[in-house]
Design a protein around this ligand. Structure first.
Ligand code: HEM
Length: 606
């Protein structure tokens, strides 16, 4: 059928012709029959029509024009059922493309979309989309195992439909974008109380258990009030100075533990004592140990030879909660709750464990605080014991106990996997890029020596280490999207997007786009340095989005960045990293982007 249309309308088989078409602005005279299908209001054959932008606007792309060997299914708007153009059914005004996923590797979408036929801003309904029926899409997502590969699905869909598309899966609808110009436009319209997509199963859990919500789940004034208080304890410079030594203490202990293992279990390879392991579970323990130390001023003893069962269970509960969140986002979880479906039960019991674990820590912190207050008033001196973020919040007394509990639990949940997973990727990328590793190490050695124990100074002197963290999150964004509902109408890619629409910035396609980054597959921490060798200043605006942006950006950002940098710093000072295979690590999405199989790294004593 495709061949039939190609012959009938003399659509070129040759990719070069598409370029020619672009160069003449896509102006061609189409047969009335086809024109009417594309635009039913067309009156006569000579209505000049911009073929390229028409097809792009309709989500048809250049594929059919270039004659590449892809199959695309173009369906009548609103049906998405059994009929399509190529099967001979009339098209209505707009089209939806349901087979973006079947496009193997299409031409990368190019830059900003041209203006519409008459130079107007296009209507929202004209944004290319992946199928109108959320339920049919859900079925397809399910059948094709797309939930675990949603980041790749986004990348493929941009390739096929261009730099903006709509997606409707079950009850979730969004407009998806990835280009920095659109990101800028979106974030300029986020308003005073930025809103993200709500993680509804989490909200339901809070409601049925009568727990308060923390900043992650709140919106509006309530969110802002909590958030301003939390910022003081975790985002501001004084707070960073407070927790930096505690993060470093945990990073140092992690390296000591690893050194002991290398000595004990390793063997000599090329004159160096070496050990090859999957560091993933050690990094999870590091993540939990570090966040608990910062939040509660408490060490968990996770690097001891017999770490407590409750902490191991907490890590397991976190994994369970995250893994069950993803499917629940798309299913009627209230119904699952009512019928006691195992998926919901697993999700809720994981949360229950997380809450009870946090509760124990908070109770302990509270008791410590009260007893130290008693001692202080007896001694008449200020206590200098590290009581963590909890201690600060209790001391100031601006948040109710319920809100402290809600926010501390969220910080703890947000603070383990989010750092443990990127650290795996960072170690892997440094290990498979020995030259980069050596360059970063040299900077670390110099800065460490010059700082003479001043941690902040040591970190300021290692832009390549900061670049390493950014580069890791560019290629492996642990949160694969950042979402906003703009508070006023915006124009994205020349389409009108009304206020209140859920717009997702897709970080995986952004990080790997050749339009946005030179040589995107290359692990190059230097690309983030403000001035590169040779004096060029790179274009960096709206390109690093891993922590979100603006007032609602990740509240744990300063903890996470410093925690990862300190760990990498300590590791690079003690070990050479290498890998047996430098093949790419396959990734999977289970609410967070993770390695399908944790990478194995060889640690060799320096
Ligand atoms: C590499 C590590 C991390 C990454 C990539 C990351 C990423 C993100 C992103 C993308 C958001 C949404 C931001 C937005 O909407 O603009 C977010 C929010 C949040 N993150 Fe993180 N995060 C990380 C580590 C952490 C840590 C260590 C904590 C806790 C200590 C944490 C706690 C939170 C919380 C509570 C929010 C909600 C903030 C709000 O809505 O006001 N995150 N994070």
């Amino acid at each position: 059928m495709r061949a039939h249309y190609r012959r009938k309308y003399q659509l070129s088989e040759n990719p070069k012709d598409t370029n020619h078409l672009r160069s003449v602005g896509g102006k061609v005279s189409l047969p009335l029959e086809l024109l009417k299908m594309i635009n039913p209001e067309t009156k006569n054959k000579d209505d000049s029509f911009n073929l390229l932008s028409a097809f792009q606007g309709l989500g048809f792309g250049t594929v059919m024009l270039t004659g590449r060997n892809y199959f695309m299914c173009v369906r009548a708007q609103g049906t998405c059922g059994s009929t399509n153009l190529l099967c001979g059914v009339m098209l209505q005004r707009a089209f939806c493309m349901t087979a973006a996923e079947t496009v193997a590797k299409s031409e990368r979408s190019k830059g900003v979309r041209k203006r519409g036929v008459d130079g107007r801003v296009r209507r929202f309904e004209e944004i290319p989309h992946t199928g109108r029926s959320g339920w049919i899409n859900l079925l397809k997502f399910w059948r094709e195992g797309r939930f675990g590969q949603i980041h790749k699905h986004m990348e493929r869909t941009f390739s096929a439909l261009g730099p903006i598309y709509r997606e409707h899966v079950a009850t979730q609808s969004s407009v998806n974008i990835f280009l920095p110009s659109d990101i800028g436009e979106l974030f300029r319209s986020e308003g005073l109380y930025p809103e993200r997509m709500t993680v509804q199963p989490w909200v339901t859990h809070r409601e049925i258990r009568h727990h308060s919500k923390g900043v992650f789940l709140k919106n509006g004034e309530e969110w802002r009030a909590d958030r301003l208080l939390l910022n003081k304890e975790v985002m501001m410079n004084v707070a960073v100075q407070r927790f930096l030594p505690h993060l470093d203490e945990v990073a140092r202990d992690f390296c000591r533990m690893l050194q002991a293992r290398v000595e004990k279990e390793g063997r000599v390879v090329e004159g160096k004592q070496s050990l090859t392991i999957e560091p993933s579970s050690d990094l999870f323990r590091f993540g939990l140990e570090a966040i608990c130390h910062v939040l509660y001023g408490e060490r968990m003893g996770l690097f001891s030879s017999s770490p407590s069962m409750e902490s191991q269970k907490f890590i397991w509960a976190l994994k369970q909660m995250l893994a069950t969140t993803n499917p629940l986002l798309y299913l009627p979880h209230r119904l699952l709750l009512r019928v006691g479906a195992p998926l919901w039960v697993q999700h809720a019991s994981a949360w229950d464990y997380i809450f009870s674990h946090a509760d124990v820590r908070i109770q302990r912190g509270y008791q410590r605080q009260s007893s130290s207050r008693g001692r202080r008033s007896e001694a008449g001196a200020a206590g200098d014991r590290h009581t963590g973020v909890l201690g600060q919040l209790l001391e100031k007394g601006q948040l109710s106990m319920d809100l402290i509990k809600a926010n501390m639990t969220e910080l703890m949940v947000g603070g383990v996997d989010t750092t443990a997973v990127p650290l795996q990727f960072a170690l892997f990328e440094l290990a498979r890029n020995p030259e980069v590793q050596e360059k970063v190490r040299q900077q670390v050695i110099e800065s460490w020596a010059q700082a003479a124990g001043d941690l902040q100074k040591a970190l300021q002197g290692v832009p390549l280490l900061k670049g390493t963290v950014k580069e890791t999150l560019r290629l492996y964004p642990v949160a694969i999207t950042v979402q906003r509902r703009p508070v006023k109408d915006v124009v994205l890619q020349n389409y009108h997007v009304p206020a209140g629409t859920m717009v997702q910035v897709c970080l995986y396609p952004l990080g790997r786009s050749a339009e946005v980054f030179d040589d995107p597959e290359r692990f190059d921490p230097e690309r983030w340095c403000s001035i590169r060798e040779g004096g060029q200043r790179p274009e960096l605006g709206f390109r690093f989005m891993a922590f979100g942006l603006g007032a609602r950006q990740c509240v744990g950002r300063r903890i996470a960045e410093n925690q990862m940098q300190l760990l990498l710093m300590r590791v690079l000072l003690s070990f050479h990293l290498s890998v047996q295979s430098s093949e790419d690590v396959k990734t999977t999405f289970a609410f967070l982007l993770q390695p399908e199989t944790p990478p194995r790294i060889t640690f060799s004593r320096i």
